[in-house]
Design a protein around this ligand. Structure first.
Ligand SMILES: NC(=O)c1ccc[n+]([C@@H]2O[C@H](COP(=O)([O-])OP(=O)(O)OC[C@H]3O[C@@H](n4cnc5c(N)ncnc54)[C@H](OP(=O)(O)O)[C@@H]3O)[C@@H](O)[C@H]2O)c1
Length: 367
C-alpha cells in the first residue's frame, strides 16, 4: 500500500511537471498578427514579452464593439502599480492564473481611461456616441478601446478634465472603499494613512477628512506640505519617525505600503481598531505570491487578535465612480497630478511609477 501511494504521488508530480513544461513552452500571444499591417490602424502600447523594456508604441487594428460594448476614443489614461503587475508578470502566481506563463496573453496594457464614446453595440442603452465617459478598461494605453457598457464606467461631468477623470478609477475607488467600507471611518476617529502622498494616499487623506476624521499622513519630508494641504492634521516623516513606535493609537490604519509587520501595526490600533492593508512592495519584490501572501497572513493573524486586520481588494462600481466624480466637481476632492506623459512616453512613465515615489497620479494624454 505504501509503495502504491509512493508511485501514485510520483506519477502525479511527473504529470504536473509535464503539464507545466508543456503549458510554458506553448504559452504565446497574437502580437505578430495584431501588429502586422492593420487595415484601420490605431496607436497602442503593446508588448510581446514581460518587462518594461518590451513596451512598444505600435499600430494595431482599431477594435469594433460587440453588441454589449462601447467604443471609446481615449483622451487620457493613468498609470497604476496595478499595471506593472501585468508588465512584469509579478507576482509569478499571476502568470499561472491566466495572465500568461511565458508570455502575456493580452498584448495591450493600461487600466484607467477617460474619453469620448464613438460607437455603441446594439444592446447598449446607457451611452450614445459623443458621451464623455471614464472608468477602467484593459488596454487603455491606446487611441481606442472597447469595453462593456456596465461595470467600471460612468459619464464624465463636463466640469472635469479628461486628465482628472482618468485619475479616478483604481486609486480613488480604492481610497473610498478603504475609508468607507473597510475602515468604516466615523467622525472624530483617529485615522493613520501610511503612504499618504501616492495615488491612493492623496485621495484617502481627503476622503477620511470628508468623513470627519482626524488624519495622520505618513510620507517623506518632501511631501509633508502636500499632505498637509490635502487636509492632514498631522504628518509623520517616515525617514525620521516610525509610526509603529509612537504612543499614539488609531481607530483605523490604512496601509498603502505594508512595510511593517502585522504585530507592529496592531500595537498602534485602539482595542477595537481596524487595519486595512491595501498594498505594498515594488515591481521586482513581489516574489511568487505577492499580496496573496499578505492576504493569507492577515486573515490568519486577525483570528487571534481583537482588532480587525485584513487586506482589501477594490471592487469596480459605477455608483462609486459617479460619487467620486461629483466630489471632484464640487471641489471636495483635489486631484494631485504629479506628471503627465504622452502615449509614446508610457515606458518612461511606468519606470517612474515603478520607483514607488509618485506624488499623486501619473497621467498619460492621448492625441
Ligand atoms: N488592494 C487594492 O485593491 C489596491 C488598489 C490600488 C493600489 N493598490 C496597491 O497600493 C499600493 C499604493 O498604490 P498607489 O497607487 O498609491 O502607489 P503610488 O502612487 O506609486 O504611491 C506610492 C507612495 O508610497 C510612498 N512611500 C514609499 N515608501 C514609503 C514608506 N516607507 N512609508 C510611507 N510611504 C512610502 C511614496 O511616497 P514618498 O515619495 O514620500 O516616499 C509614494 O507616494 C501599491 O502597492 C498598489 O499596488 C492596491
Amino acid at each position: 500500500m505504501k509503495r502504491f501511494f509512493k508511485w501514485l504521488f510520483s506519477l502525479i508530480l511527473i504529470g504536473l511537471l509535464a503539464w507545466f513544461l508543456y503549458a510554458y513552452a506553448t504559452s504565446t500571444n497574437d502580437f505578430q498578427q495584431q501588429t502586422a499591417a492593420p487595415k484601420n490602424p490605431i496607436k497602442a502600447i503593446v508588448y510581446s514579452d514581460y518587462g518594461v523594456a518590451n513596451l512598444k508604441l505600435l499600430d494595431i487594428e482599431k477594435p469594433a464593439p460587440t453588441d454589449d460594448q462601447i467604443l471609446v476614443r481615449v483622451h487620457a489614461a493613468s498609470i497604476n502599480p496595478y499595471d506593472w503587475h501585468f508588465i512584469e508578470g509579478t507576482p509569478y502566481v499571476m502568470r499561472a492564473m491566466g495572465v500568461g506563463l511565458r508570455k502575456p496573453k493580452n498584448i495591450r496594457l493600461g487600466s484607467d481611461f477617460a474619453g469620448t464614446v464613438e460607437a455603441v453595440g446594439k444592446n447598449v442603452t446607457q451611452y450614445k456616441p459623443g458621451d464623455e465617459v471614464f472608468g477602467g478598461s484593459a488596454g487603455s494605453w491606446a487611441q481606442y478601446l472597447c469595453r462593456r457598457s456596465t461595470g467600471s464606467v460612468a459619464l464624465k461631468p463636463a466640469a472635469l478634465s479628461f486628465e482628472q477623470a482618468a485619475a479616478i478609477n483604481i486609486a480613488r475607488i480604492t481610497a473610498l472603499q478603504a475609508v468607507r467600507d473597510h475602515g468604516k471611518v466615523q467622525p472624530g476617529q483617529k485615522v493613520l494613512i501610511n503612504g499618504a502622498s501616492g495615488g491612493v494616499g492623496t485621495f484617502a487623506v481627503q476622503i477620511a477628512k470628508s468623513y470627519g476624521a482626524e488624519v495622520t499622513g505618513v510620507c517623506s519630508a518632501r511631501n509633508t506640505e502636500l499632505v498637509q494641504s490635502l487636509g492632514a492634521d498631522h504628518v509623520i516623516d517616515y525617514a525620521k519617525d516610525d509610526f509603529t513606535k509612537g504612543d499614539q493609537r488609531y481607530d483605523v490604519v490604512i496601509d498603502n505600503v505594508a512595510n511593517h509587520s502585522l504585530s507592529e501595526c496592531r500595537k498602534v490600533l485602539t482595542p477595537n481598531g481596524i487595519y486595512v492593508m491595501i498594498g505594498g512592495g515594488g515591481a521586482i519584490e513581489q516574489g511568487f505570491l505577492g499580496a496573496i501572501g499578505n492576504v493569507l497572513k492577515a486573515q490568519l493573524y486577525s483570528r487571534f487578535v481583537k482588532q480587525k486586520m485584513g487586506f482589501m481588494m477594490a471592487q469596480p462600481s459605477t455608483a462609486d465612480l459617479t460619487l467620486l466624480a461629483g466630489m471632484v466637481e464640487s471641489g471636495k476632492l483635489k486631484t494631485v497630478i504629479d506628471r503627465t506623459y504622452k502615449l509614446d512616453q508610457v515606458p518612461e512613465a511606468v519606470r517612474y511609477v515603478e520607483e514607488g515615489h509618485a506624488r499623486g497620479k501619473v497621467i498619460v494624454t492621448v492625441d
